[in-house]
Design a protein around this ligand. Structure first.
Ligand code: ATP
Ligand code: MG
Length: 335
């Protein structure tokens, strides 16, 4: 069956890595149709808006989007288009896999395979904070944790474990100090965990988690945590396995899900064919998992790994002398 997805080519290196990604998906013949929609700088130039209504409608209609990085110009209404998309579609789960790949400049070229599931709508990121004295020298920040918000993110993590055959979920918290907020999250997480007896659940305090991740990352499988901790931990995990060029992410809600590369528009290399397409390709693999095509997702990941192993047309960030499209073609030849 053919499924239509929204494709947002984005800014900077966005169009190049999207061309490469769609080339590989087409070679796989996975039955996707693409509906292109604009967002970011390119949308501002073409339609006078960063996030046109037609783009919102397309995502709402198709429920699934593959998105390249976007530029949010300063002073155009939003602080970030990505944050705006999360808010408008209530994309509460930010899902960031970090996996070791061969021939990458990485501290852990093998052994790491961890998915961070970060709550994306509450916690410390609900507002901008406030200055509370006239001299502007004292500021406070409110955090909000709810049972509903905690329950849906922890459920998401356990469902992900169940559906992908993963064995363990680590609940990361700071309930020993942040007794009310992190305490509530932990309490709800324990209740949810009890509904999934076949999946091991352990609890870890966030500071210890950081140390454990650096020393023994292979002990982790799925991590679920609140917004701020998840933000930091997911980047830490990306760093363990070689950084930006290989880090995909998904923002998932009840009615829509958007898959992307974690990196930005990389204006320093845009238009030069140097961009590594793997992060967006791995985002596409997450998309395939999400829409119930796990065999295709596995096929795509295996082709990427085989191409890295063969060092066939790798991009300059991986020490190769290939370019974005020749790397994609090398991957496509292995799907
Ligand atoms: P933005 O403002 O959109 O975040 P940025 O310049 O901060 O753009 P990042 O993506 O955060 O872009 O990139 C940081 C560095 O990593 C840049 O030097 C960039 O060239 C490099 N980089 C990012 N993504 C890739 C990629 N896919 N392939 C190769 N290099 C990349
Ligand atoms: Mg950046």
């Amino acid at each position: 069956m053919t499924q239509t997805i929204t494709v947002i080519r984005g800014d900077g290196i966005g169009p190049e890595i999207m061309d490469a990604t769609l080339y590989v998906l087409d070679a796989m013949d996975v039955g996707l149709r693409y509906e292109e929609a604009d967002a970011g700088l390119v949308a501002l130039e073409k339609h006078g808006e960063l996030l046109p209504q037609a783009t919102m409608d397309s995502i709402r209609r198709n429920a699934i989007a593959l998105k390249s990085p976007l530029t949010t110009p300063v002073g155009e209404g939003f602080s970030s288009i990505n944050v705006e998309l999360r808010k408008r579609f209530d994309l509460y789960a930010n899902v960031r896999p970090a996996k070791s790949f061969p021939n990458t400049k990485s501290r852990f070229p093998s052994g790491v395979d961890v998915i961070t599931v970060r709550e994306n709508t509450e916690g410390a990121y609900i507002g901008e904070g406030q200055t509370i004295t006239e001299d502007g020298e004292t500021a406070t920040l409110m955090q909000k944790i709810t049972r509903k918000g905690s329950e849906r993110i922890v459920r998401y993590a356990f469902e992900l474990a169940r559906n992908t055959g993963r064995k363990k979920v680590t609940v990361v918290h700071k309930a020993n100090i942040l007794k009310t907020t992190s305490g509530l999250f932990l309490k709800v997480a324990r209740e949810v965990a009890a509904l999934y007896p076949e999946i091991e659940c352990n609890e870890m305090i966030v500071d210890n988690t950081c140390m454990q991740l650096v020393m023994r990352p292979e002990q982790f499988d799925i991590i679920v945590t609140t917004n701020l901790f998840g933000d930091i931990i997911s980047d830490l995990c990306a760093g363990l396995v070689g950084g930006l060029g290989l880090a995909p992410g998904a923002n998932i809600g009840k009615d829509a899900a958007i898959f992307e590369a974690v990196h930005g528009t990389a204006p320093d290399i845009a238009g030069q064919g140097k961009a590594n397409p793997c992060a967006l390709l791995l985002g596409a693999a997450q998309l395939l998992d999400h829409i119930g095509k796990p065999d295709d997702a596995t096929r795509l990941r295996k082709a990427i790994i085989a191409t890295l192993e063969a060092q066939d047309n790798l991009t300059p960030d991986l020490g190769g002398s290939g370019n974005t499209m020749s790397f994609a073609k090398a991957i496509a030849s292995r799907v």
